[in-house]
Design a protein around this ligand. Sequence first.
Ligand SMILES: Nc1nc2c(ncn2[C@@H]2O[C@H](COP(=O)(O)OP(=O)(O)OP(=O)(O)O)[C@@H](O)[C@H]2O)c(=O)[nH]1
Ligand SMILES: [Mg+2]
Length: 351
Amino acid sequence: MKFVDEATIRVAAGDGGNGCVSFRREKYIPFGGPDGGDGGDGGSVFVVADESINTLVDFRYERRFQAQRGENGRGRNCTGAGGEDRVIRVPVGTMVYDNGTGELIGDLTVAGQRLKVAQGGWHGIGNARFKSSTNRAPRQSTPGTPGEQRELRLELKLLADVGLLGMPNAGKSTLIRAVSAARPKVADYPFTTLYPNLGVVRLAQHQSFVIADIPGLIEGAAEGAGLGVRFLKHLARTRLLLHLLDVSPFGGSGDPVEDARKIVTELEKYSPELAARPRWLVLNKLDLLPGDERATRCDEIIAGLGWDGPVFRISAATGEGTDDLVKAVMAHLEQQDLAAAADIGDNGLVD
Ligand SMILES: Nc1nc2c(ncn2[C@@H]2O[C@H](COP(=O)(O)OP(=O)(O)OP(=O)(O)O)[C@@H](O)[C@H]2O)c(=O)[nH]1
Ligand SMILES: [Mg+2]
């Protein structure tokens, strides 16, 4: 199973500004010489790897990137200003291909790495520079050259930032459908999900994360019961686990506290390291509880588990509470990014 995020974009560098034909015109100076300035260079387009971006989802919304053209030269020997470069921010790990030729232009593996993908046009020359002893009044200039244009294909191997844990039927696939464009199968029987699904959750520009839905776990999974724990390896690189619990009256075994403990036991057996990852409790299917029973039931479960970490109450089916959940997840991931950046700074490894 390969999870790849892809996007096709068009990039166009700026054209070079044209050279100018102009002559000095001033009172009492009958034959002013040529004073047409050169144009400015066109801006180039760069792709830069940025650690704070997780997916290529933004490129579904913005696909054309144009750098500024250079200004034309003007009279009185004024050189045109150069066009501004255009910088496209992409996640670390993005591979950049020329979509026309299929050639790999570059692989952005390190944060801050910069790749020129379209060269700006060169400036044209103004007539002032064509002056010579034999031609004192040249009417010659050159135009700027056009900026390079290309279609690029961006490719990113997706790694899940957030993993969903829970018993079969807890509503993991329903949640990923509610918050992303992923469309895994949902059904009211266990083991509907047979292989992992990734969904991209987008909150705003440059704010997105990847969430992984894996098959449900049951008691004894570490010894191979159900579909076993082999899918947990897909959560190895996640930074946050969401433990989904069906709190409806007839959900799971009927005892959500027991169900939650079983999942944690299997997780610990599989990998103590994964079990130590930040983990939030997500109480799902709230819509199946009468309004006046919700608070008591949730409080009982939390107390029964002795849980003192973050808790979210949602209905994946109606979408209730899912906005708050994804916002909190995004804030948590951004906080982790900042902390990681500060750590690296403190060690003096990166300036
Ligand atoms: N009423 C209600 N039903 C829900 C909710 N979330 C999920 N369901 C239902 O619960 C059943 C199981 O949902 P899934 O999303 O397939 O559960 P899953 O955790 O992915 O299950 P597996 O893939 O088998 O591990 C489906 O019938 C869903 O429609 C919810 O918030 N409210
Ligand atoms: Mg599922």
